[in-house]
Design a protein around this ligand. Structure first.
Ligand code: F6R
Length: 607
């Protein structure tokens, strides 16, 4: 998730771009850059680090240009560095591009362009675009953009500037947000309105497939074929703080809603028609076939993703998996061998306990595969193989989209290992591919039912204790649901494997105690029903989460929240969404600070 700002009009562009990018820093701060046209050529200033570095470099330069594009980067392809910062330019220095998203087919485009003699400076996917434009340009920038974009697969919000036609900025949107701000004798482009609110509150919100040609005097909207289209002008009423959260009241709510996009991005370029491609995993098929054991180490929410990963990897790839708290791993003298694989999961990639566990595994000589959200983080730098979750920056302390993309990454890894090892057959693989592709859409349908969960949340918010129960993969999701609830609402929440209730925790169930019963697993559904009845017999208040079409459960539970049906391996991704909402709304009802819960930090860099 990167940020884009562009300006064309009567002001000096550079200060408008810098101020706009400062407001978008919540979208990423690995590097920043701006480009304008100066003396008939593209002029760029870009640097690793926050936008303040670029601001410092341009200070006092008083650049007169009234057109420019800017970018703030959350690294995906290519580590954070000056050279990988946007905007990217072509060999001739006539085309500059700022991009938010992922170009999935960049490797083949790059190879093709290199063969034609184009020299690439960066490791980014984006750089193919300015070179493509250089190749296609024949005196018509808009036409060249149209042809170039037709070659792209993936997601993109693009701002394109050319010294050949400095009177315009061309913008294109597919699956990454982009708004056009409308001014008087000036117009703007931004990833979200926060960046331009100071200048205008009237915007076009571009939709997938839209192109915009922005000049100082007007904005022309077309589809990909160049046919004119109409979009309503949206008048933004939000204050700047709310605008930064995309109109949501809290980052957590915004991030919950970003999950369909985050899941799409994490799958992008990896889920091929009938196989998984993990570009940054280079474990040989022979090694995968011979893997004796996998250890997963992580903390908190990432550990819970690991719990689900254990089920999925054991099921699909038939490799034994142990899951450890990173904080315990080193101290329990694990029976780790050099031929074992250690999967380290960390959203931030900087958690001290996780880093210590990683180093312990390296000391033994085991291979390390990192699942992390931050390119260039310590975990990513020290691992042998990496799967990046493309969730984008997670600001809220309570992790949401990082968890679902971690689980998705583990499912893809299990599928990959399973196919290499021959432990899943063609039909099973097909079923999984179909199910994974459907997930973003299914998450959307759950998001649409947020108010139903708010009603439940309001009912339980004033209780002292809440219990979560589930079996098999649902147990993993229950652990995560309980953590979400306790960390942001300060309500005491515990999760149990449902079969464990009768071995102790049942003593805590009395009249009206809420029990969230996850009942989405068909193979243990009857057992789960028995557990629900155990709770009801003690007058507990059962809120079930069940698959759509299950009418039976309503006979036993006090409330039922239905989620779309998916395959077992992917189920935790859907089951957790209502639990995230539940935590959010209980926290609100109890008047807690949702995004910054007491005593906690987003990245825990101390042991
Ligand atoms: C809870 C949460 C934490 C983190 C944990 C590990 O919502 O976010 O439990 O999951 O601190 O952090 P990472 O994944 O950055 O290593």
């Amino acid at each position: 998730m990167c940020g884009i700002v562009s300006y064309i009009g009567h002001r000096k562009a550079v200060p408008v771009l810098i101020e706009g990018l400062e407001k978008l820093e919540y979208r990423g701060y690995d590097s920043a850059g701006i480009a304008t046209v100066l003396d008939g050529r593209i002029w760029c200033e870009k640097a690793v680090g926050r936008i303040s570095v670029v601001a410092g470099r341009v200070e006092g330069k008083n650049i007169p240009s009234a057109v420019g594009i800017g970018h703030i980067r959350w690294a995906t392809h290519g580590r954070p560095s000056d050279i990988n910062s946007h905007p990217h330019t072509d060999c001739s220095g006539r085309f500059a591009v700022a991009h938010n998203g992922i170009i999935e087919n960049f490797a083949e485009l790059k190879a093709e362009l290199q063969e034609k003699g184009h020299e690439f400076k960066s490791q980014t996917d984006t750089e193919v675009l300015p070179h493509l434009l250089e190749e296609l340009y024949q005196g018509d920038l808009v036409g060249a953009v149209r042809q170039a974009v037709a070659r792209l697969e993936g997601s993109y919000a693009l701002a394109i500037l050319s010294s050949e036609e400095p009177d315009k900025i061309v913008a294109v949107r597919k699956d990454s947000p982009l708004v056009v701000g409308l001014g008087q004798g000036e117009n703007f482009l931004a990833s979200d309105v926060t960046a331009i609110l100071e200048y205008t509150r009237d915007v076009y919100i571009l939709e997938n497939g839209d192109m915009a040609v922005i000049t100082a005097d007007g904005v022309q909207l077309t589809d990909r074929e160049g046919l004119p289209i109409q979009r309503e002008i949206f008048h933004v009423e939000w204050d700047p703080v709310r605008a930064e959260k995309g109109g949501y009241d809290h980052f957590m709510l915004k991030e919950i809603h970003e999950q369909p996009r985050a899941l799409c991005d994490t799958m992008a370029g990896r889920l091929k028609t009938d196989h998984v491609e993990l570009a940054e995993v280079s474990i040989s098929p022979e090694t995968i076939k011979a893997l004796p054991k996998i250890f997963i180490v992580a903390c908190g929410t990432s550990y819970h993703a690991g719990m689900v990963g254990k089920y999925v990897i054991e099921k699909l790839a038939r490799i034994p998996v142990e899951v450890d708290f990173a904080s315990e791993f080193r101290y329990r003298d694990p029976m780790l061998k050099p031929e074992d694989l250690v999967i380290v999961i960390s959203q931030s990639g900087e958690t001290a306990d996780t880093m210590a566990a990683l180093r312990e595994a390296k000391r033994v000589g085991s291979r390390i595969l990192a699942i992390t959200n931050v390119v260039g983080s310590s975990v990513a730098r020290e691992a042998d193989d990496i799967i990046y979750t493309w969730a984008g920056p997670e600001i809220s302390v309570a992790s949401t989209k990082a968890y679902t993309t971690q689980v998705l990454s583990l499912v893809m890894l299990a599928l990959y290992f399973g196919q290499v090892r021959g432990t899943i057959n063609h039909e099973e693989a097909e079923e999984l591919f179909t199910a994974l592709r459907l997930l973003p859409e299914q998450v959307e349908t759950i998001l649409e039912q947020a108010t139903a969960i708010k009603t439940i949340a309001d009912k339980i918010a004033q209780n002292e204790h809440v219990f979560f129960i589930g079996r098999s993969i649902d147990h993993g999701a229950a652990l995560e649901g309980a953590l979400k609830l306790k960390e942001i609402s300060y309500l005491h929440a515990e999760a149990y494997a449902a079969g464990e209730l009768k071995h102790g925790p049942l003593a805590l169930i009395t009249n009206g105690v809420p029990v969230i019963a996850l009942a989405t697993q068909d193979d243990v559904y009857d057992k789960m029903l028995s557990n629900i009845q155990e709770v009801k017999a003690r007058e507990g208040y059962v809120i079930a989460v069940a698959n759509e079409g299950n009418e039976d459960v309503a006979n036993f539970a006090d409330e039922v929240f239905y989620i779309p049906r998916t395959v077992k391996a992917a189920s935790a991704i859907l089951t957790v969404i209502p639990l995230q909402f539940l935590a959010y709304y209980v926290s609100l009802a109890r008047g807690c600070d949702v995004d910054k819960p007491r005593n906690l930090a987003k990245s825990v860099t101390v042991e």
